[in-house]
Design a protein around this ligand. Structure first.
Ligand SMILES: [Zn+2]
Length: 409
């Protein structure tokens, strides 16, 4: 429970003690103390203070899983005020945690945080040092506006999911449903895209999910790219709509995302360990409402005589990853990756995660299922990934799936 006190943390940084002289001209150095806040959608920082002028020190919130010893720590997203024309150095420590009982080190020398002056257009901070022994990240940047948002990686907030749904609501070929609500009464949406002038019989059914884990935000952009492609005038989108029914959940964990939690939902549980039976998870705790309402929909869909041909759940390895991976249980979907590789690079590695959505779909419902792990840094030593790259991955998923089904008819 004590973690709840960290919600909406606003930290006004202690004045550095160097004296605040009034500026003599508009070009004089900005000597006002730097103010830090995180009391906004997806915002998160435990402690951050101006330890000396233009040097900030602190650490991200460590979130403890309710039903295990797991300790998740990597997401941070804060706003700085009074930073115009300041060359600022930020050091974050305590960058190590526990995942599924083992050490979890998701920061690397390749980690580059992002910053934005409007929470829409993001750039990387390239001047970064990571100490692999102390697990400390130090990054430095000269800011040109008075206020700046800084995050571990491109955020995709709860408000962005709402804006996405508003932006496509009412479009042809789209139906929007609410499957259920979270503990804190936020909606779990199911979006259906298909051409209803073509009978459903004979169409393939694809189930796409993302954002089970708060902090793995690139999935929100990938699904946005997929949706915008499927709803577009592109002739390949028309083929996809005529041949396929897409069922898409764009945000599985709105509570965790709104509160800036790393990985867990608002009840401090890992949703992707909640799918192994109807009433309890592997630790015999009640199934979380996000998983329960989705599983109820799957059962209802199937009991009405419908099927699901392919399911893909989109995650991220954070900035640790250097390759897009497709993990599948039971060696499923080995022939799918070449179709994606025409549009974006994906490596196929069979792997199972107990209690995961994919394991449940594969073993309980016998649906061909995979989990994408998409980096929030870069692919090998290439350029760092951008939001446009993630949009293109989404389009590539749509194109690759159409090719796959055409080949396998
Ligand atoms: Zn994940």
């Amino acid at each position: 429970m004590e973690l709840r006190v960290f919600f909406y943390i606003t930290i006004i940084v202690a004045f550095s003690g160097m004296g605040c002289k009034s500026a003599k001209s508009s070009h004089a150095a900005n000597s006002s103390p730097i103010a830090v806040s995180s009391d906004f959608d997806s915002g998160s920082i435990d402690t951050l203070w101006e330890s000396k002028p233009n040097f900030l020190s602190g650490w991200p919130i460590h979130w403890k899983q309710k039903s295990s010893s797991d300790d998740q720590y990597y997401w941070f997203y804060f706003k700085l005020n009074n930073v115009v024309n300041k060359d600022i150095t930020i050091t974050l420590d305590s960058l190590a945690g526990i995942y599924r009982g083992g050490p979890h080190l998701i920061y690397t020398k390749a980690t580059q945080p992002v910053y934005s002056y409007d929470q829409k257009n993001w750039d990387r901070i390239a001047d970064v040092k990571y100490d692999t022994k102390l697990h400390t990240l130090t990054f430095r940047n000269l800011f040109t506006r008075d206020s700046v948002w800084i995050a571990y990686a491109h955020p995709f907030s709860y408000g962005q999911e709402s804006a996405l749904i508003d932006s496509i609501s009412g479009k042809p070929f789209l139906t929007i449903e609410t499957l259920g609500t979270t503990q804190q009464r936020r909606n779990i949406h199911l979006l259906t895209v298909t051409d209803t002038s073509i009978p459903d019989a004979g169409k393939k059914v694809v189930f796409i999910t993302t954002l089970q884990h708060a902090g793995e935000y690139c999935g929100g952009y990938v699904v946005s790219g997929l949706l915008n492609f499927l709803l577009s005038d592109d002739e390949n989108a028309a083929i996809a709509r005529k041949t396929t029914i897409y069922k898409i959940i764009p945000m599985m964990n709105p509570d965790g995302i709104f509160h800036g939690i790393t990985r867990f939902n608002g009840n401090y549980e890992d949703l992707n360990q909640e799918w192994d039976d109807d009433f309890t998870d592997t630790l015999h705790l009640p199934v979380e409402p996000e998983a329960a309402c989705v599983k109820k929909w799957i059962r209802g869909w199937r009991s009405s005589g419908r099927h699901i041909d392919l399911a893909l759940d989109i995650h991220s390895q954070g900035q640790q990853g250097a390759m897009n991976l497709l993990h599948t249980p039971e060696g499923m979907l080995a022939d799918l990756t070449p179709h994606f590789n025409k549009y974006w690079p994906v490596k196929y590695i069979p792997m199972e995660f107990s209690g995961s959505l994919n394991d449940c779909l594969a073993k309980e419902f016998h649906i061909s299922s995979g989990t994408f792990e998409i980096p929030q840094s870069r692919i090998k030593n290439e350029a760092y990934l951008t939001i446009d790259d993630y949009y293109n991955y989404g389009k590539g998923i749509g194109l690759g799936i159409t090719d796959y089904f055409l080949k396998n008819r």
